[in-house]
Design a binder for this molecule. Sequence first.
Ligand code: G1P
Length: 289
Amino acid sequence: MKVTKAVIPVAGRGTRFLPASKSIPKEMLTIVDRPTIQYIVEEVVASGIEEIILVTSQGKSAIENHFDYDFELDTILKEKNKDQLCEEVCNISNLIDIVSVRQKKPLGLGHAIWTTRNVVGDNPFVVLLGDDLVLSDVPCCQQMLNLFDEFQESIVAIQKVPMDQTPSYGIVEGKQLRDRVFEVNRMVEKPAPGTTSSNLAIIGRYILQPEIFKLLEKTTPGHGGEIQLTDALLALSKQRPMYAYEFEGTRFDAGDKLGYLKAIIAFALRHPTLGPEFKKHIKEVSNDF
Ligand code: G1P
């Protein structure tokens, strides 16, 4: 079955990023020349997905506006003969169809995904978390879709993390089937130190079977008092096979201040026009401060 829809939850308040995220959504913070959310949307588009469902909340309309057509800006740029810039800005609104669903209460990631049930319908779908930026040759979402073609079952993206970082992630325990591919046996959201022997951490990319919605409905608050996607995934993994995929690429936690800075450096160094000059500058100033 072809996967055509992607869910991107953007309803969170971004408390890890205060004060920067006080009056602008953290997803709109800039990495080089575009907001972080645009990188996620571009990953989805490059992977052949046809529709995005944003899960939003109050104060997030800047995200919807960013992907909308801005008639006034278009007119101004045309009048000033800034054709290239005009095309670049206009292209953002033509990237893909986007619909929004409101998460009315901050009840957790699992609840955010559940709010999209009527729009997603009875189809497998992708979930991308906006905090996780992945720099890779083949888009992370595309890598997962390639594996889905083979397995036709739910897949979570993982990376190996140092054991002392496991309490910050959803952790998968499973059996390795081949290079980068595991069958999931158990998963736990942010395990207490010493309670798991696995270091396979869930990263914010998932392909989910629609059965997840029924399970989310029954999921009671878990870690942090929130309805956790990981808890519903564990229940799903007991009903049908689930796989974990160690993607190729580098992941940045752009929802964390240090992770965000690392992402800026990496994306700036790879930037086609700014990259070479920026690299020179970084070398020059690295011992100055
Ligand atoms: C969420 C998920 C967690 C996952 C993480 C990846 O947690 O609940 O399982 O490991 O994203 O970024 P959050 O970081 O939103 O607390």
